[in-house]
Write a protein that binds this ligand. Structure first.
Ligand SMILES: C[S@@+](CC[C@H](N)C(=O)[O-])C[C@H]1O[C@@H](n2cnc3c(N)ncnc32)[C@H](O)[C@@H]1O
Length: 444
């Protein structure tokens, strides 16, 4: 039996807030289970992501209309209030009365209706008074919906001014980028085959920005392997790696495969590309994608990048390590609520992966390190520590890319990419070269 949009959003939000589910997986599952019409599914998705993104602002407002602002609220009741308040504050097309009535209906079905009057009362006073409430100028956390510890970390690593620019950029919606498969099509041909005004060329060659298309996997050309979805910063990282046709490359943390696919395209599907990941299910995603794109040089296999055995040597090795993901908050809003303690172990694991993978690099070959986070402890600090302990490696400068600026001032072998630089996600890249006995340069 079909269920309402708000009820479905509530189920999905509880799954994310209480069980730390991944937003994209949780919402897809909830919408399928509720058998919603496409229109209701779109509304559910808007409410679900909106509440996740704006949670700190919503909670700030809700507390202004509680009799006891510090009172601890039941998790489900709080989510019912957030859903209604989000609609009243941000969705012009939903009348306040509809948002309140739906919330009261949800409350009536929860715990034998014991919170029904409470929800009704809070929402009615909110509807009357919220326009008068002002968020204090200096409350960046509520203003930009980023928890204070993350703001402190941005300030410490990048300074106050960059931090504020970053918070602003992170509150914008992220664009969707796709990567053309040059083995099968060209940017011009693909743009022509898509509905008018849905795609335009991005700043990097073979990158397109697409808008208003909904699920891109339904677009013409996807099933034929003419493109894959990949953020612009991730594509820029591949431009840094820039493997040549015929080379040997290992991507040691490769799933779901976005970078491996682009790198194999750089190699014109010649040479060797070994794409590893720790989890079998995720390795299967690489296999499926490579098959769809016709990238036969990709060999995907399960391997632990921190301990796994591999006898081969490669020209280039990419370590796109697991990280806290603070650079992709726009796409995965729940990341901002992860507990800071969960980040503690990451630098040690990242360094371990980097050191173990360094053994795979041939003399004169290049080792790349990347993350999708904006935290020096997981970025520059890991690479600096690696170079300190491995004199057999030296910094290898990354190229400048025409039309792309970078905010952070750092050595040329490191590059921090921020959403305000070019619209892509927050990423970090670094490159190091294994010295040869003769010290001869490797061609780029
Ligand atoms: C940032 S994601 C990689 C994204 C991928 N490079 C892409 O562009 O699609 C990090 C990956 O590392 C994998 N991973 C985590 N720990 C690992 C380990 N010890 N060895 C290998 N892979 C690992 C995760 O399963 C995840 O797929």
């Amino acid at each position: 039996m079909a269920t309402s949009s708000r009820k479905t959003a509530l189920t999905a939000l509880s799954e994310v807030t209480e069980n730390e589910g991944y937003s994209n997986i949780v919402i897809d599952k909830a919408i399928r289970a509720a058998e919603l019409s496409p229109r209701d599914a779109a509304l559910t998705s808007t409410i679900f992501y909106g509440v996740l993104e704006k949670r700190l602002t919503l909670d700030f407002y809700i507390r202004k209309f509680l009799a006891k602002p510090k009172q601890k609220l039941d998790g489900t009741v709080l989510n019912i209030l957030r859903i209604a308040v989000y609609q009243m504050m941000y969705l012009d097309r939903v009348p306040d009365s509809a948002a309140v009535n739906e919330a009261v209906l949800c409350a009536a079905e929860y715990r034998r209706g014991q919170y029904k009057n409470f929800v009704n009362g809070v929402l009615r006073s909110f509807a009357r008074g919220w326009h008068e409430v002002i968020i204090p100028e200096d409350d960046l956390s509520v203003r930009y919906n980023i928890p204070q510890p993350i703001i402190e970390s941005f300030k410490k690593d990048y300074g106050e001014t960059v931090c504020i620019d970053l918070l602003k950029a992170m509150s914008e919606r992220a664009e969707t980028y796709i990567r053309i498969n040059p083995l099968k099509t060209t940017a011009d041909d693909l743009i022509q085959s898509l509905p008018e005004n849905t795609a335009e060329k991005a700043v990097l060659q073979n990158a397109l920005c697409v808008h208003g298309t909904g699920d891109v996997t339904g677009l013409p050309g996807f099933a034929e392997g003419k493109f894959h979805v990949q953020d612009l910063s991730s594509q820029l990282l591949c431009a840094f790696v820039s493997p040549q046709p015929g080379e040997r490359l290992a991507d040691v943390c490769a799933a779901p495969g976005g970078k491996s696919f682009t790198l194999a395209e750089y190699m014109e599907n010649t040479g060797v590309l070994d794409a590893f990941d720790l989890y079998k299910g995720r390795v299967n995603l690489i296999k499926k994608g490579a098959e769809r794109l016709g990238l036969s040089i990709i060999h995907a296999a399960v391997r632990d990048a921190a301990t796994g055995v591999c006898e081969k040597q490669y020209d280039r090795v990419l370590c796109d390590v697991p990280c806290s993901g603070l650079g992709v908050i726009r796409r995965k809003p729940e990341i901002r609520y992860k507990k800071q303690e969960s980040f503690k172990e990451l630098p040690a694991l990242q360094l371990k992966i980097l050191e173990h993978s360094a053994q795979l690099v041939r003399p004169g070959g290049i080792l790349f390190y990347s993350t999708c986070t904006l935290r020096n402890a997981e970025n520059g600090a890991v690479v600096t520590e690696f170079l300190k302990c491995h004199p057999e490696f030296e910094p290898y400068d990354l190229p400048e890319t025409e039309g792309i600026s970078h905010t952070v001032n750092e050595p040329k072998f490191m590059r921090t990419m921020m959403p305000m630089d070019h619209g892509g996600d927050g990423f970090f890249a670094a490159a190091m070269r294994r010295k040869t006995e003769t010290g001869k340069e490797t061609k780029r």
